[in-house]
Design a protein around this ligand. Structure first.
Ligand code: NAG
Ligand code: NAG
Ligand code: NAG
Ligand code: NAG
Length: 367
């Protein structure tokens, strides 16, 4: 009796431990089991953000060109399997709120969860995104650097071959030599820690500092500011080959409160201590604009290297001014990235692209 009970217990214990081990690691959900292997790729990146979507949207992506996708606020095993089968890395964009930066138990829990999710869904790394402002001299800047180090070390240890990507602003500093959008992070130190930096080279006028009294519309991703910013990163000895130039596939549409011969004065909107902001603009995804290359009256703005287009709204007669990139203006920035030895280009976001815009994207991956 005693022996039988013992045996039964042993069996139960072994079944129990077997199931807990299994629960730690989900079974590979892909039809092709090798699709759960991590993707190894060291060439130049075509890096795209993906907003929550289904196969209808994914089928428009060019997986032969893509090298990494970063999922924003969702995970989908089917998309992971599909991407891995076509040799595209899948990571998730994870936001960390600075209010938790001093809470070590929160950080430990948060990081363990991120690791578990990445393991359970066979992901290839993490894209760490932080957006809270930090004043210069604030000790939390150093704490953030430590967090980035902790995340990177843990991911590399637990998921060998995984990559850690950190988002940086379009420029290491703004016209006032301060952190863009009030984010005075230790970008130089962070750049040494992580595997890739995604340059958010859009919404350059979120803090529109140039304006004095009146607020004006302006380009989303000015070519010459891009050029100067890359130069600034270079002069600070950033590892340019880790940097990915992220570009917008959406337009900024401004309502002109007053309109005077191309000059479009816009509503005042405070953003992090600055009186004017592109936050007042509507965002129009490219695939929601009809015949983007043939909009009547669209012209190339020489000052920004982007395009402008106007229309008059019928009921109140307001002029709307739209600032946008086109295939040709985007291509100039792809070339800029190549000439400066960057590690690739990126898109915000793949959901916004029309299938045709892929024709103009360079091919870095051997197919
Ligand atoms: C995919 O999502 C779109 C909405 O974005 C929806 O209209 C469509 O029915 C969905 N398709 C499937 C197969 O779920
Ligand atoms: C720190 O985080 C833990 C875990 O999330 C939470 O229970 C605790 O209340 C937090 N402590 C403070 C001081 O916020
Ligand atoms: C911003 O606007 C406030 C009034 O709302 C004004 O006092 C301040 O001088 C303005 N700042 C700049 C830099 O123009
Ligand atoms: C880019 O060109 C394709 C056709 O090659 C077109 O369908 C698409 O609208 C263009 N996109 C932009 C952003 O100009």
């Amino acid at each position: 009796m005693y022996i039988r009970t013992l045996l039964l217990c042993t069996i139960l214990v072994s079944i129990y431990s077997w199931t807990t081990i299994d629960a730690n690691r989900n079974e590979c959900p892909c039809a092709l089991k090798t699709s759960c292997d991590p993707i190894e790729y060291n060439g130049k990146e075509i890096f795209g953000y993906v907003l929550k979507s289904n196969f209808t949207v994914w089928s428009t992506f060019n997986f032969n060109k893509l090298t990494t996708i970063s999922l924003v606020d969702f995970i989908d095993d089917e998309l992971m399997c599909l991407s891995h089968e076509l040799r595209v890395r899948v990571i998730t964009r994870e936001t960390f709120k600075l209010k938790y930066i001093s809470n070590q138990s929160y950080i430990d829990e948060w990081l363990t969860k991120r690791i578990n999710v990445a393991q359970d869904h066979y992901l290839d790394g993490i894209n760490l995104y932080v957006d809270d402002p930090i004043d210069s001299n604030d000790p939390r800047a150093e704490q953030l650097t430590q967090l980035v180090k902790m995340v990177t070390d843990k991911f590399h240890a637990k998921l060998p071959k995984s990559i850690v990507v950190f988002n940086v602003p379009y420029s290491p500093y703004n016209q006032k030599k301060m952190g863009v959008n009030g984010k005075n992070y230790q970008y130089e130190k962070i750049a040494q820690i992580v595997d890739r930096l995604f340059i958010m080279n859009y919404d350059q006028r979120k803090q529109a500092i140039d304006d004095d009294d009146k607020c004006m519309s302006g380009p989303n991703s000015n070519y010459y500011i891009t050029m100067g910013s890359l130069l600034a990163y270079q002069e600070m000895n950033f590892p340019m080959n880790k940097m990915i130039l992220g570009l917008p596939y959406y337009a900024h549409e401004y309502k002109c409160v007053t309109y005077d011969n191309i000059r479009c004065y816009i509503e005042r909107e405070q953003y992090r201590g600055i009186n004017c902001s592109s936050n007042v603009a509507n965002i129009i995804p490219y695939n929601q604009m009809n015949e983007i290359d043939n909009l009547p009256g669209m012209f190339w703005d020489e000052i920004s290297g982007t395009c402008i287009y106007h229309y008059v709204e019928k009921s109140y007669g307001y002029v709307y001014q739209i600032w946008l990139d086109r295939n040709d203006t985007l291509q100039l920035k792809f070339i800029l990235a190549e000439r400066n030895g960057l590690g690739g280009i990126g898109m915000w976001c793949l959901n916004y692209m029309n299938p045709g815009s892929w024709d103009h994207v360079p091919q870095y991956k051997l197919s």
